[in-house]
Design a binder for this molecule. Structure first.
Ligand SMILES: [Fe+2]
Length: 383
């Protein structure tokens, strides 16, 4: 079944975040809980949205006490705050962590229990408070997806919460908020967005709907990522990145991710490598391995990115991007070969158990995933 779930209202314009207040008021809300990333808050990037809330006569409670990998305990503290304040909507401002916290708070404010009660395999199609998301990075696409990832504080496991309850009602794409995004965050989140577009295109769940979104996302991101990284104030490049990341998010929200994300998450969990960075590190190798079984699909992806129409050109371009954007390898991250090698069996198990490798056009079993981790290690150490 193809089921299309996207926010009903997506607006993009420089400075649009000031309209958060009037938009929430028009939805009939009057008491927002604002979930804002602590760094974003410190930098004043929530200022225009907060001014807009005040101008619309809305009294906001502000929650910022969460970590870069937010936990269920932190989310529950936000739920407490939302209940105490009588919040009737949630505004998320920041990267994926802030928006994901906002989304689960909207769910748990209306339903009892712990976050684990709502995580996959359950699909959460329940009424939740309306959510308005304002991304400050071009990457995760959480502002347009029906997913949130929150860490279980007790077990350190990443809980995936999925369903229409997690879908924001409104997304505001305000390029001005992304201009001060630092180089490394721009690159890591941008390469995460590129991996969303690529994995949506070469995916067993792809449809004409996701293909259209992912193709345009590949074009926009492929054409602007390096410019946005090197020339941070470049409004056109930042706009293309922001829109491209949202389109990629919409695409991958409808296909799910595939082998790159499937192998990347265990590396992130075991070695604390940022999500976009570990995706980027794996992207050329996984693409090369997968393209053998589906050359035409990868040729289409190469064309979408504005390259010659061959999988080889795509792999070369991904390697070139990583090298020019200084994506590290395992050695430069200080990860010892022996430590990584010892972690491979468990990472391969986790990867296949996540289910995402099964969405890949060439499906890897646990042994093949382990072999790919070994190849990745060898390439990384010999580079
Ligand atoms: Fe991702």
């Amino acid at each position: 079944m193809l089921r299309i779930l996207t926010p009903g209202d997506i607006r993009m314009a420089p400075g649009i975040s000031t309209e958060a207040g009037s938009i929430l008021a028009a939805l009939g809300a009057s008491k927002p809980l604002v979930v804002v990333d602590p760094v974003v808050h410190k930098l004043g990037l929530a200022g225009p949205a907060l001014d807009g809330l005040a101008a619309a006569g809305l009294s906001a409670a502000i929650f910022s006490a969460f970590s870069p990998n937010p936990t269920d305990t932190e989310a529950l503290a936000a739920v407490e705050m939302a209940r105490a304040a009588g919040a009737d909507c949630v505004l998320g401002i920041g990267g994926g962590s802030a928006m994901d916290v906002a989304k689960v708070v909207a769910l748990l404010s209306r339903h009892p229990g712990s976050l684990r009660d709502y995580s996959v395999p359950r699909i959460v199609d329940l009424p939740a408070l309306p959510v308005l998301c304002i991304p400050t990075t071009a990457g995760t696409g959480s502002e347009v997806t029906r997913a949130a990832v929150i860490t279980d504080a007790a077990t350190h496991e990443k809980l995936l919460v999925l369903g229409s309850a997690l879908l924001p009602a409104v997304a505001l794409l305000d390029v001005e908020l992304t201009l001060s995004c630092p180089y490394r965050v721009t690159v890591d989140s941008g390469l995460d967005a590129l991996s969303h577009a690529l994995e949506a295109l070469v995916n067993r769940n792809a449809s004409p709907y996701s293909d259209g979104l992912a193709t345009q996302a590949m074009r926009l991101i492929g054409g602007s990522l390096e410019r946005a990284a090197r020339d941070p104030g470049n409004l056109a490049a930042r706009s293309d990145m922001l829109f491209g990341a949202s389109l990629a998010g919409m695409a991958v929200s409808h296909t799910s991710t595939a082998l790159i994300h499937g192998m990347s998450r265990p590396i992130g969990a075991a070695f604390h490598v940022p999500h976009g960075m570990s995706n980027a590190m794996l992207m050329p190798l996984v693409t090369e391995w997968s393209a053998e079984a589906a050359p035409e699909a990868y040729a289409r992806a190469a064309r979408a990115m504005g390259l010659a129409d061959s999988p080889e050109a795509l792999v070369a371009a991904l390697k070139g991007l990583n090298s020019r954007l200084e994506v590290p390898d395992l050695r430069s991250l200080g990860i010892a070969a022996e430590t990584f090698r010892a972690a491979i069996p468990e990472m391969a198990r986790q990867s296949v158990a996540s289910g995402t490798p099964a969405n890949n056009l060439r499906v890897a079993d646990e042994g093949e995933v382990a072999e790919l981790y070994h190849r990745f290690l060898d390439e990384s150490m010999s580079a």
